[in-house]
Design a protein around this ligand. Structure first.
Ligand code: NAP
Ligand code: G4F
Length: 344
């Protein structure tokens, strides 16, 4: 049985990845932060009391700020694969907390790489790189496009990217970077724009909210469906050699288009409900992200099936249901068609 360690297991991607690895027979260990309230909602459906027999998901307290704990976990577990997804992952927040973002998202990666190097354990290592690193580099962006980061978060991810390359080349660690374009789902954090929109419109539909306040509506993103991206992470670690890969859909849409699609699907006009609040603008934003994922398509045979309108429908249906309303139903159909289940 293969053993995997996931940092960020309580996040959107970590929860889908844990699900995927468990379904493939792995023993899965997740790093979680100590909090005074439960922060494990996204993995509750996977968790079982470790006293029961046959349990394959285990959680360990740890923080990316604490190298001692990271070293102990790696040394004691001796994982076959490490998926490093933990991060302060919010771009707007990184402008408010640049030092903290550098510590957790940047140095956190170095702490893990160094713990792995010192342990002498031959685990395969995945580093969660981001399309945000491309900043204002011309689109479409691919593995050879130079990084031009435009936020503390992006600069920090560029640092983590090159540290991973450095440990691969300098110490022959089996380490790779996924450069993932935006991927969303009903488990997306509530303050990222897609989820904020689908939750907001569900609250408006339910009569619990009048207005939705947003920032820059002109930014364009290459938005895909998160469960397909964690499959790509896994594929990267199954290759003969560690390499870096871009994952994205090859389609780009503005925030305004997301609003039109989502509100239109729910039978509403977004212009009657959305107001602009300057506090959601960033000192510098990224205008256009568009993936050229041909390397992943050729080498990993990875290509996402869920397209933009389908993603929007999945998210709107899920948030309508969460708000106690009847889903419209197209999102459920998409999931059943591609994945044979209404799993969120
Ligand atoms: P997410 O939902 O924000 O999850 C982040 C995870 O990191 C959470 O489990 C969080 O724990 C954990 N974390 C934060 N600070 C930590 C710390 N100090 N110590 C230990 N764990 C900590 O992010 P995501 O969307 O799943 O993304 C996963 C990774 O991919 C991130 O590195 C992100 O930057 C990167 N990425 C995401 C996308 C995307 O579109 N989603 C695209 C490219 C790259 P809590 O639950 O306790 O907060
Ligand atoms: O949803 P966002 O916050 O995602 P962003 O900044 O693209 O970052 C996400 O994707 C990256 C991959 O490219 C990840 F690495 C990162 O961890 C994260 O998952 O914002 C998307 C766009 C931005 O241009 C933002 O300015 O939406 C615009 N926007 C407009 N109004 C808003 C809002 N963003 C947020 N979060 N909230 C708003 O009210």
């Amino acid at each position: 049985m293969k053993r995997a360690l996931i940092t960020g297991v309580t996040g959107q991607d970590g929860s889908y990845l844990a699900e995927l690895l468990l379904s493939r027979g792995y023993e899965v260990h997740g790093l979680i932060r100590r909090a005074s309230t439960f922060n494990t909602q996204r993995i509750e459906h996977l968790y079982r009391d470790p006293h029961e027999s046959g349990v394959r998901l285990f959680l360990h307290y740890g923080d990316l700020a604490n190298s001692e704990q990271l070293t102990n976990i790696i040394y004691n577990l001796k994982p076959d694969e490490i998926y490093h997804l933990g991060a302060q992952s919010h771009v707007r927040v990184s402008f408010e907390m640049p030092e903290y973002t550098g510590d957790i998202t940047g140095l956190g990666t170095t702490r893990l790489l160094e713990a792995l190097r010192r342990s002498g354990i031959k685990a395969r290592f995945y580093q969660a790189g981001s399309s945000e690193m491309y900043g204002d580099a011309p689109a479409p962006q691919h593995e050879g496009t130079p990084f031009r980061p435009r936020s503390p978060y992006a600069a920090t991810k560029v640092y983590a990217h090159w540290m991973t390359v450095g440990y691969r080349e300098g110490y022959t660690l089996w380490a790779c970077n996924g450069i993932l374009f935006n991927h969303e789902s009903p488990r997306r954090g509530e303050t990222f724009v897609t989820r904020k929109i689908t939750m907001g419109l569900a609250a408006i539909k339910a009569g619990r909210q009048q207005k939705l306040y947003l920032g820059n509506l002109d930014a364009k993103r290459d938005w895909g469906y998160a469960p397909e991206y964690v499959e790509g992470m896994w594929l990267m670690l199954q290759q003969d050699e560690p390499q870096d890969y871009v994952l994205g859909t090859g389609e780009t849409h503005s925030v305004k288009e997301f609003l039109t699609e989502a509100f239109g699907y729910a039978g509403l006009d977004w212009q009657e409900h959305v107001e602009i609040d300057p506090r959601y603008f960033r000192p510098t934003d990224v205008d256009l992200l568009l993936a050229d994922a041909s390397k992943a398509k050729q080498q990993l045979h990875w290509s996402p099936r869920v397209r933009f309108p389908e993603l929007v429908r999945i998210m709107v249906d899920a948030d309508l249901e969460a708000a106690g309303l009847k889903p419209i139903g197209e999102g459920k159909k998409v999931l059943e068609r591609y994945f044979g289940t209404w799993h969120r």
